[in-house]
Design a protein around this ligand. Structure first.
Ligand code: RIB
Length: 296
C-alpha cells in the first residue's frame, strides 16, 4: 500500500507521576508511582494511525537518548526513514496523573524543535502526490511546513496543540482538517472561555470555511462542523484511568476513518470509541487501541 500520511511531529519521553492531587504552588508532593513512557503528540498520533491500519510515515527529530522511540514506531509498522537523530536531548514531558485520571503536562521540546528547513524539504519532497500531512504544535517551522505542503498539493490536517499565541499567526486556512479542544478553539476564535462549543465551532467554520473543524470536548464528546453541517458525538461513558493521548487517539482514528471513505458521522463515532478505550488504560502510546478493537 502506498504511503497515505506523513506525520511530521514530536516524539517525547513521558515521565509520568501518579499523584493524589496536582501539586500546588510551593508544595512538595510525593508521587505514588513513576513510569517512563513513549509519548509526544506526534508519536501518539502516528501510532493511532498505524494501529488503525493506515500506511503512515513519521518525520521528526530525537536525540541519542530517544532511539527507542524510533524503534517503537518501526515496530508498529510506521516508516521511520524521516526520523532524524540530532545532538540535542529528546523532547520530554513531565506528566502528573491524579486519582480521577486527569493529567497536567510540562513539556521540554528538546530535539523536536531542532528541525531545519532543508530537512523538512527533504521529507516533503519524498511524499507521494495526493497524500496527507499531519501536524501538531510541538515542533518548529510549522508556518513553513504549511506553506510547503500546500505548494506540493498535499492535504493537510493540523492539531495545533499546545496552542500558544503563535498559532494565531499560522496560515490555518491552508489546511483541510483542524482538530482543537474547546480551550484551543475559543483562543483561535477569539471567544471567551465561557463560549459554547456550538458557538466556537460555528465561528471557526466562518473563519476557515474550507476546513472540516473537529472540536474535542473531553468527557462531553466532540463536535464536527463543515459549512452548515454540525455533528455532535456524545462521549461513551467510561471510568477514566488516564486521559493522556485520548485526543491523539481521536485524531488518528478520525483521519483513518476518513481515509477509508467513512462519512463524518461514522468517523466521529469510530474516533470517539477509540478515545473512550484509551482513557480506560494507562500511558500515552501504550493505551491506544488496535484497529480490531475499534472497527467492530
Ligand atoms: O497528548 C499527550 C502527549 O502530550 C503526551 O504523550 C506528552 O508527551 C505530550 O506531548
Amino acid at each position: 500500500m502506498a504511503q497515505q500520511i506523513l506525520n511530521i511531529g514530536s516524539m517525547n519521553i513521558d515521565h509520568v507521576y501518579q499523584v493524589p492531587h496536582f501539586v500546588s504552588p510551593g508544595e512538595t508532593l510525593t508521587s505514588c508511582s513513576y513510569v517512563r513512557n513513549a509519548g509526544g503528540k506526534g508519536l501518539n498520533q502516528s501510532i493511532a494511525l498505524a494501529r488503525a491500519g493506515v500506511n503512515v510515515a513519521h518525520g521528526g527529530k530525537i536525540g541519542p537518548d530517544g532511539v527507542f522511540l524510533k524503534e517503537l514506531l518501526s515496530s508498529e509498522g510506521v516508516d521511520t526513514s524521516s526520523v532524524l537523530i540530532g545532538d540535542m536531548p529528546t523532547g520530554h514531558a513531565i506528566i502528573q496523573v491524579d486519582s480521577s485520571g486527569q493529567n497536567n503536562i510540562i513539556l521540554y521540546p528538546g530535539a523536536n524543535r531542532q528541525l531545519t528547513r532543508a530537512e523538512l524539504v527533504g521529507m516533503l519532497s519524498s511524499t507521494p502526490d495526493g497524500s496527507w500531512i499531519l501536524l501538531q504544535n510541538e515542533i518548529n517551522e510549522i508556518p513553513f511546513i504549511l506553506e510547503e505542503a500546500h505548494a506540493h498539493g498535499l492535504h493537510i490536517a493540523i492539531n495545533p496543540a499546545p496552542c500558544g499565541p503563535e498559532v494565531l499567526t499560522y496560515s490555518l486556512q491552508l489546511a483541510d482538517v483542524l482538530f482543537v479542544n474547546e480551550i484551543e478553539g475559543a483562543q483561535l476564535a477569539n471567544l471567551p472561555s465561557t463560549a459554547s462549543a456550538k458557538e466556537i465551532a460555528s465561528l471557526l467554520s466562518g473563519l476557515f470555511p474550507s476546513l472540516e473543524i473537529i472540536l474535542t470536548l473531553g468527557s462531553e464528546g466532540a463536535l464536527y462542523q463543515y459549512g452548515n453541517m454540525q455533528i455532535f458525538m456524545q462521549a461513551e461513558q467510561v471510568k477514566p484511568v488516564d486521559t493522556t493521548s485520548a485526543g491523539d487517539t481521536f485524531t488518528g482514528y478520525f483521519l483513518a476513518a476518513k481515509l477509508r471513505g467513512k462519512t463524518p458521522q461514522e468517523a466521529m463515532r469510530i474516533a470517539s470509541h477509540a478515545a473512550a478505550i484509551t482513557v480506560t488504560r494507562k500511558g500515552a502510546a501504550a493505551s491506544i487501541p488496535r484497529g480490531d478493537e475499534v472497527f467492530l
